[in-house]
Design a binder for this molecule. Structure first.
Ligand SMILES: Nc1ncnc2c1ncn2[C@@H]1O[C@H](COP(=O)(O)OP(=O)(O)OP(=O)(O)O)[C@@H](O)[C@H]1O
Ligand SMILES: [Mg+2]
Length: 386
């Protein structure tokens, strides 16, 4: 018996279909490490829930470490981001010799101080800017420059990773965008640093709203896997354990998962277990896939029901209208028309459903569900279940 090599709900290190992104990330880290380069455009991977953003970001972190860069990983959302970032940088520099560490500590205090000033920071009050005090963006710029340059003396550099980028607080987004904008034009030696993020599909709207420099970020959309990549995602992990998929079994799962990474893992894991967790030389047959069907359907039902449960009545109305469209990526205007409303009238519900990871905007003016099969679920249940 061998444990399933599939990873439903967990990040994975096997990333078929993401080769181009992985290659670019490797050369980006190499540039920072070998040439002390500053990567001027923060790269943010965006896409639907469960499409593989965190897995790719973890890969980027690994690539940075392999190049000898110091890495900081933050999952935004729980707390204000800048205090978390400065605490991570402080941890990083704790082992440094005293003068370098002292400089960083004083820059960190500076940043904390800028955050405590009403109008700038976390606590909002009347907007006053005492002349001698820096805004968080400036304080952050100085802190990152000093940290990265000191790291470079030891042959390294700084790589910052921010997951769930969309949920970062406004102050932090603004400060990060400001710092990155100004770090590129720093005088003297360049700052060996890079920032990579990941977030839901509409992250670009939120970042661009927060900071005018936001548009200088590079947003890269991760899509569902191509047929070849999905095939590889199923066959590859089994192969490393000496197990093969029968042709008909793999075809069945490809058909069911629609290239959506989360579903591929769910189906493959269930089929593996239904096949009796095969020994080397074993095979996953169509029978195993069929035997796992009830269990997977139960899980999918919970998956859809949870999402439906998170939607308010107004949001459900919008979801129903999206489900009724013939196109899988209907135009926002057509959805609004189905509801007999102007497009602006659905924008609040739309934004909220995007924040919840239920709807996505795959292109300008377009809408789609983030998971395949959700529209069938809504139509079958007529959206009446709670
Ligand atoms: N390239 C890939 N091939 C196959 N499976 C993948 C791939 N990338 C990720 N997965 C799988 O897809 C699922 C979702 O991955 P991950 O958590 O990285 O996605 P995510 O986009 O960060 O999701 P969320 O929006 O919920 O945070 C996991 O089960 C993971 O193992
Ligand atoms: Mg994630």
């Amino acid at each position: 018996m061998q444990r399933s090599p599939y990873t439903p709900g967990e990040v994975t290190t096997f990333l078929p279909g993401r080769e181009t992104h992985m290659r670019r990330l490797r050369s980006q880290m190499q540039l920072v490490a070998d040439e002390g380069a500053f990567i001027a455009r923060p790269r943010v991977f965006v896409g639907s829930r469960g499409v593989g953003k965190t897995s790719l970001l973890r890969y980027a972190q690994k690539a940075a470490r392999e190049r000898g860069l110091a890495t900081v990983w933050i999952t935004a959302g729980d707390a204000d981001l800048l205090p978390v970032l400065s605490a991570e940088l402080e941890k990083l520099t704790a082992t440094w010799h005293s003068s370098a560490a002292q400089e960083i500590t004083s820059l960190i205090r500076n940043l904390e101080f800028s955050l405590s000033i009403p109008g700038f920071g976390v606590s909002t009050g009347p907007s006053q800017r005492p002349a001698a005090v820096e805004a968080p963006g400036q304080a952050l710029e100085a802190l990152i420059a000093a940290t990265a340059r000191t790291l470079h003396k030891g042959g390294g550099g700084l790589a910052i990773f921010i997951d769930e980028f969309r949920t970062a607080d406004h102050t932090a987004l603004k400060a990060l965008a400001y710092a990155w904008q100004h770090l590129r034009s720093q005088e003297g030696a360049s700052v060996p640093a890079t920032l990579v993020g990941a977030g839901l599909g509409h992250t670009s709207d939120v970042v661009t709203d927060a900071a005018t420099f936001g548009e200088r970020f590079e947003f890269i959309r991760l899509k569902d896997l191509s047929r070849d990549a999905a095939y590889e995602a199923l066959a590859g992990p089994a192969e490393t354990l000496g197990v093969t998929w029968h042709h008909s079994a793999i075809e069945a799962v490809l058909e069911k998962a629609h290239g959506y990474p989360h579903f591929l893992q769910l189906w493959a894991h269930a089929a593996w277990e239904a096949a009796g967790s095969p020994h080397p030389g074993g095979m996953i047959t169509l029978g195993a896939v069929e035997a796992s069907e009830d269990e997977v359907h139960d899980q999918l039902d919970v998956f859809y029901r949870t999402r439906w449960g998170k939607a308010t009545p107004a949001e459900r109305e919008l979801l129903r209208a999206v489900a009724q469209q013939t196109s899988p990526t209907p135009r926002r205007a057509d959805v609004a028309a189905t509801l007999g409303k102007p497009t602006t009238a659905i924008s609040m519900a739309r934004r909220s459903l995007m924040d919840k990871g239920i709807l996505d905007s795959p292109g300008r003016g377009l809408l789609s569900f983030t998971a395949p099969g959700f529209s069938d679920y809504i139509l079958e249940h007529e959206g009446t279940e709670d």
